[in-house]
Design a protein around this ligand. Structure first.
Ligand code: DGJ
Length: 728
């Protein structure tokens, strides 16, 4: 890993583990993009930028009609002086103009990786793990400084990018657009891969051709959202799990984002990613700085599987933080689908007691324990125990559970307020709203204005009080609606469009303070399931409730799609009752178990109502998961059969040292006259022998990967298998 600068040619060569990223300063200071892909020794300009006189492409130098900003590949393109493609930034001056002209001034290479103040980002533990270059671009006329920050990692094919904008001039600047990354590929031989969905149907995979024009994935909802994920990949045609080049981008941010691909008239492809400029602007006064969030860029020469394993490892080890980063996650029992709002301390104690008997380790008390919340119409914001339900208080209940030798966890939805709450009655201006307009509710609730310091302080204080009042070791942090009337009573008119981003900065500050104050608490984020499953949240909370949809068949797709980017240790997955509460389907406990065991296992049903047979089976599931969870949560993940392509799904988990593997196989419906299914495993040691623990048979690693292993012919719908193989 090195970052090399050729001063004569003005070429930057960022050389990662197997990747090269090359840029050059040309023609009076424009920073251009030359190459990103498989590692090369030296860039000797085998494909220099072509200078051609193109129609409708304007020329900064009248004597050279072959030079136009419209036809060169940029690193941080502007709009207004020749490039008509999507700009990376746009800044308005006091005189109303939005034309700027950034030229290379200097750069600085150093070991390690900087933290982004107030924002989540990937990190290193030792300086030797990464190298960074900061490239400074200047607009001399207005003394605007834009610093492009690039980091490469020693052990992973990752480039991270972010941008800092400094106003060194004397007049106010208005940032109208400040993306974090823009990459110009000088070809169009790609397909576009992205993740999309909805509540209860998160992270479906979309793969499509790129056609001339612009393809946009974005959020205007105030959250990263289940509708579109802040992820996209350009993949070479024919790319599959194990073959083909992949150029992937993921945004470390939890709010409104823009990610887009533009194919221009000369078949160049521009990828842009950053805070959504829609309804955004930021007033930058003299001497002030604006830092954009980070984009993580992953290159894989070997298909989507390698891309995912790179993201997974980076996020598991160098994005997630805290005690639980490297710690196995407890098996939990959550009362939501068992009781909804209708419970009391005795009911909770009974469920926890059953859970303990079955080997579960953590009881989670979900929504409804505070204020007078008997449905979703009241009390958000009033984080005071409801004595009607818990007459002896929270501490008493926590102690009752802890005395069974179980941990205790609690649900909050800290960013919200109900109109029927003491908090709202006292501070009606503390929610997002605009003057003289109705306040649109979602799930009967309004959103607290986290762009305001006093509101953030209130949340920290209120949660601290509860978390310090009893021995609580887990928090489920929910967020159940998207933003409307995005305005803040505390900001002047010219800063109203900063509200959504300031909200996210406030949220990050609140989560930072609470997670630092309570380092032994495991925080799990949730947004009606996986509605805010993004790397920004993972920086503070190492796991996310992947979906409110717990149906095993639906979950196959949700978890498969999620695994494209996010590590298995970040995926919360529960076994719930049948018929399934969300879609009414009945699947066997076996399959529900195998699907939920493919993430962080939990249960969400009334254990007191189970039959002795079901209890016995759950006891076995829990014991089995305890044996395999280090491998599931910290092993390498390989996808074999996709639920998006057929009736069957298969994935496997392989330990870091390749000594052990777990093979998961799932079939939705039985097919008549079906062919024999042979699974070709991946990631094993080809020179070792593996024992199939269920059958006792021994096979070679090469045999399992190349010849494959035959599955037994089993009749029936909703079939699943979870096999273990160990090196002998
Ligand atoms: C939405 C979550 O996704 C559910 O798991 C549950 O916690 C409810 N909110 C509670 O209101």
């Amino acid at each position: 890993m090195t970052i090399h600068y050729d001063a004569e040619q003005k070429i930057f060569h960022l050389q990662g583990k197997n990747t090269s990223y090359v840029m050059q300063v040309i023609c009076g200071g424009y920073l251009t993009h030359l190459y990103w892909g498989k590692k090369i020794h030296t860039y000797r300009k085998s494909n220099p930028i072509a200078f051609i006189d193109r129609g409708f492409s304007p020329n900064p130098d009248p004597s050279d009609r072959t030079f136009s900003l419209d036809t060169i590949p940029h690193e941080y393109p502007a709009y207004g002086n020749g490039d008509f493609r999507a700009p990376a930034y746009q800044i308005q001056l006091k005189n109303g103009s939005t034309v700027t002209d950034l030229r290379y001034q200097t750069h600085h290479v150093y070991k390690g990786k900087p933290n982004l103040i107030g924002l989540p980002s990937t990190y290193v533990e030792e300086k030797q793990e990464a190298e960074t270059v900061e490239i400074v671009l200047i607009d001399e006329l207005i003394e605007l400084k834009v610093t492009l920050i690039y980091t490469i990692f020693r052990d992973l094919d990752v480039v991270t990018r972010s941008v800092r904008i400094d106003n060194h001039g004397k007049e106010n600047l208005k940032i109208m657009r400040a993306l974090s990354a823009s990459v110009d590929f000088r070809d169009d031989e790609f397909e576009l891969l992205s993740l999309y969905g909805s509540h209860m149907n998160e992270r479906n995979i979309s793969r499509r051709p790129i056609t001339p024009g612009v393809h946009v994935m974005e959020s205007r909802r105030g959250a990263s959202s289940p509708q579109q994920d802040p992820f996209l990949a350009l993949i070479r045609k024919g790319t599959d799990e194990d073959h083909g080049e992949v150029f992937a981008f993921n945004f470390v941010y939890s709010g409104n984002f823009l990610t887009q691909v533009e194919l221009d008239q000369y078949r160049n492809t521009r990828v842009s990613m950053g805070i959504n400029p829609f309804d955004f602007s930021w007033l930058l006064e003299p001497k002030e700085s604006f830092q954009t969030p980070e984009v993580v860029m992953v290159y894989s020469a070997n298909g989507l599987g390698e891309m995912s394993r790179t993201f997974n490892e980076l996020y598991r080890t160098r994005l997630c933080r805290g005690r639980f980063r490297d710690h196995v996650r407890p098996i939990l029992i959550n009362n939501w689908e068992a009781t909804f709002f209708d419970f009391d301390a005795d009911k909770i104690e009974q469920i926890a007691k059953e859970g303990k008997k079955l080997g579960m380790e953590l009881f989670v008390l979900d929504d409804g324990w505070f204020g007078h919340r008997d449905d979703d119409k009241s009390s958000l914001g009033d984080w005071v125990v409801d004595k009607r339900k818990l007459p002896y208080g929270l501490e008493d209940l926590v102690n009752r559970v802890r005395n069974m030798d179980m941990e205790f966890g609690l649900w909050f939805e800290p960013e919200m307020v109900s109109e029927d709450s003491d908090l709202y009655r006292k501070h009606p201006d503390w929610c997002l709203h605009v003057p003289n307009r109705p306040r649109t509710v979602g799930r009967n609730q309004l959103i607290l204005d986290l762009s305001r310091k006093e509101v953030c302080d209130y949340i920290v204080e209120a949660l601290t009080k509860i978390l310090a009042s009893a021995s609580i070791s887990y928090v489920k942090w929910d967020m159940n609606r998207h933003m409307t009337e995005i305005g803040s009573a505390a900001l002047p008119p010219e800063r109203q469009r900063e509200t959504a981003h300031r909200y996210i900065l406030g949220l990050y500050r609140v989560m930072d303070e609470l997670t630092l104050k309570f380092p032994n608490i495991l925080f799990e984020s949730c947004s009606s399931g996986g509605g805010r499953f993004d790397p920004g949240m993972l920086y503070y909370m190492p796991q996310t409730w992947a979906s409110d949809n717990t149906d095993a068949a639906c979950r196959l797709k949700i978890q498969y799609g999620t695994s494209l980017v996010y590590p298995i240790s970040s995926i919360g997955s529960h076994i719930s009752d049948v018929p399934n509460n969300q879609i009414g389907r009945v699947t066997p406990l076996d399959m529900r178990g195998h699907v939920a065991m493919s993430g962080n296992l939990g249960y969400e049903l009334d254990l007191t109502k189970l039959s002795p047979g079901e209890k016995e089976m759950i006891k076995q599931q829990v014991a089995f998961y305890k044996e395999i969870r280090p491998l599931i949560q910290f092993g390498n993940f390989y996808r074999i059969l996709s639920p998006f392509e057929g009736n069957e799904t298969s994935w496997i988990f392989v330990s870091e040292d390749r000594s052990e593997t777990i093979v998961g196989y799932f079939r939705i419906l039985c097919q008549p006259a079906a062919s024999i299914r042979i699974l070709k495993l991946k990631g094993l040691d080809p020179d070792s022998l593996y024992k199939h623990l269920e059958t006792g048979e021994v096979y070679g690693g090469d045999e399992l990967m190349n010849v494959g292993i035959t599955l037994p012919g089993i009749k029936g719908d909703f079939i699943s298998l979870f096999w273990r193989l160990k090196k002998v």
